[in-house]
Design a binder for this molecule. Sequence first.
Ligand SMILES: [Zn+2]
Ligand SMILES: [Zn+2]
Length: 271
Amino acid sequence: MHGKQAAISPVLEARLGLSIVVPDSLNTDTLGTFTGEVERPGNMLETAIAKARLGMQAAGTDIGIASEGSYGPHPIMPFVPLGRELIVLVDDARGITIKEVLLCETTNFHHVLAGSINGIDDFLERVRFPAHGLIVRPNRPTAAATRIVKGIQCRDSLAETILDSAESSSDGRARIEADMRAHQNPTRMAAIADASSLLAERVNSLCPSCETPGFGREGSEAGLPCSWCGAPTERVLREIFGCVACDYTEKKARGDGLTEADPGQCQYCNP
Ligand SMILES: [Zn+2]
Ligand SMILES: [Zn+2]
């Protein structure tokens, strides 16, 4: 619905040799929307798998691909926004699901409250308007049915919509936010392409034990030793790689080669 195939198909066709079809008349908004008119049931992974299966049913294929994004405050730095782009490949012929997640720190996910377009130029620059679309709604809607206007990419209609929304808000303010739908958001589209590359890499990685595609990082083990006292810290010591089909796992050293933790992260040296 949001043209994500422009980001996904070229990567997966080139790197996996898949030929990708996008079924028409597929409404994935029934599985939840960014703006919350339809609540998202289940977690991101369940939603993405459900989307892939909708597509597989419609197209009559054994393999389906879907992506799902979530945007919110950074867990460690709450004033910095963070995006998570999840992409899944469901393969019913092999009975496996392969997933990858990309963390996106360059996202334009922001919002502002305002009664008019005057004085929000800093915000408009931050959300990369008008190259990126905006969504406007009353901050505290007075009417029962909230009117949400999406995909605004022109300054005149933005100004007008802010005034309309502010008028139907009990606090006289409109809520203006970045439109995170892929076709309205080139930054997000690029993140989906990057997530597709991660997925392609993972599909091309075979399990050393059973040779099923999709072998990759599944988790990590804490305990990186403090560089002063050698005590284990909460930081990652080893990464755990696993198979999507069998129980085989491998523990590998951190990808960045770090072998000791900063004493500032040690509970003994920096209590
Ligand atoms: Zn220490
Ligand atoms: Zn395996």
